[in-house]
Design a protein around this ligand. Structure first.
Ligand code: SF4
Ligand code: SF4
Ligand code: SF4
Length: 387
């Protein structure tokens, strides 16, 4: 159990050059210190997002590494070590090995994970589908409650906020606890995977849950915090034992002397069948909401959703919105205009939350991703100093 990682994921060393740049990118005001002074992180306020880390020009902000735990598990013959890889990792990993921007290094990534000794190599896409189904179904229940459909009285209130970004969820918990009934109860894809890995997989492979060591490769430092939350123990054991960032996986591959370039492409192991591929858009801002909304639309109308046309909300450029008219079969085809919003950057969500709490919001569904542009720019991604 890695509960020691639950606190202080991100640390500033005493070699701070006092430039104050980190303060400007921190979404939660967690960095103390003025220009010309040593800076510190207030871990009570910190969301573990790593935006300060990837933007510190002196490169003196670090995230706690779980790499040694992963290496120890790989070296332990009693452990069955499995790994999941998030959609945003594969392209960024290719760039770490000199591939052109946009090159999808998925096949070489799976091959290198097997060379590192993982017993099973999985794609998080399948459990991202589970998150989408869960969030889409939950949205339907909340919509039915709002229109007075009998049988949905215990559903949550509207709008529904997404729940798959642990930095945003911590921000809500720390700053706006009254908004929590609006946050989806669905686990993130990482934690869905961990739960399935420690409950279903042991039965399928005839292995004790305690012997499975479950690793995630994520674009995100906040996922290290998420996996160590005390409630993430579906089987009685920690669902995800350790998280490696994209940077740390690249480092492990280099340390092991694996010739990434010459590796033949390999496919992931199959978990319980195919994923829809919808999860591949999870990593970019708007992806989670669009995927869940498409699911809700299909379930409600029996038809597929064509295109969603998002427009920037005036005066709030990191906030975009759209209205989707859903003909609801169960209500005799009555058309419900569902209003959705996408927020990129947690610091821009406060005014939307305040509108909800004051009863002024007319949104049904709001996606919040902490990092600018979404997980593709997460705090665990390779650091580009040339940008
Ligand atoms: S960005 Fe880095 S060097 Fe600059 S104040 Fe923050 S921690 Fe110190
Ligand atoms: S990790 Fe994120 S929330 Fe924490 S201090 Fe850095 S920028 Fe702020
Ligand atoms: S936006 Fe993605 S990378 Fe950034 S904190 Fe949230 S889950 Fe992690």
């Amino acid at each position: 159990m890695s509960s020691l990682y639950a606190e202080k994921i991100i640390q500033i060393s005493d070699r701070c050059r006092s430039c104050d740049h980190c303060t400007s990118v921190c979404p939660s005001g967690a960095i103390a210190g003025k220009l010309g002074e040593q800076h510190y992180i207030d871990h009570n306020k910190c969301l573990n997002c790593g935006q300060c880390l990837i933007n510190c020009p002196a490169e003196i902000i670090k995230d706690l590494s779980m790499a040694e735990e992963v290496k120890a598990a790989l070296a332990n013959p009693k452990k069955f070590v499995i790994v999941q890889t998030a959609p945003s990792v594969r392209v960024a990993l290719g760039e770490e090995f000199g591939k052109a921007p946009g090159y999808n290094a998925k096949g070489k990534m799976f091959a290198s994970l097997r060379k590192l000794g993982f017993d099973k190599v999985y794609d998080t896409e399948f459990t991202a589908d589970l998150t989408i189904m869960e969030e889409g179904s939950e949205l339907i229940n909340r919509v039915f409650k709002a229109v007075g459909q009998p049988g949905y009285e215990t559903s949550g209130p509207l709008p529904q906020f997404t729940s798959c970004c642990p930095a945003w969820v911590k921000y809500a918990e720390d700053n706006y606890p009254k908004i929590l009934p609006h946050v989806s109860s669905a686990k993130s894809p990482q934690q869905m995977f961990g739960a399935v890995a420690k409950t279903y997989l042991p039965q399928k492979l005839n292995i004790e849950p305690a012997d499975i060591f479950c690793v995630s490769v994520m674009p995100c430092t906040a996922k290290k915090y998420e996996c160590s939350r005390p409630e993430m123990i579906s089987s009685g054991y920690q669902d995800v034992n350790a998280v490696l960032t994209t940077r740390e996986l690249a480092q492990l591959i280099k340390e092991a002397g694996i010739d990434f370039d010459s590796l033949p492409e390999e496919a992931a192991d199959s978990f319980v069948g195919q994923s829809t591929g919808a999860a591949t858009i999870f990593g970019a801002t708007g992806g989670v909401m669009e995927a869940a909304l498409r699911t809700a639309y299909e379930l409600l109308s029996g038809q597929s959703l064509e295109q969603i046309d998002f427009k920037a909300v005036r005066g709030l450029s990191p906030v975009r919105e759209a209205t989707v008219s859903i003909p609801i079969k169960a209500l005799g085809g009555a058309v419900l205009p569902v209003k959705v919003a996408i927020v990129t950057g947690t610091k821009h969500v406060a005014s939307l939350i305040e509108d909800v709490l004051a009863g002024r919001s007319n949104y049904h569904f709001i996606e919040v991703m902490n990092c600018p542009g979404g997980c593709i720019n997460g705090g665990g991604q390779p650091i580009r100093r040339d940008a």
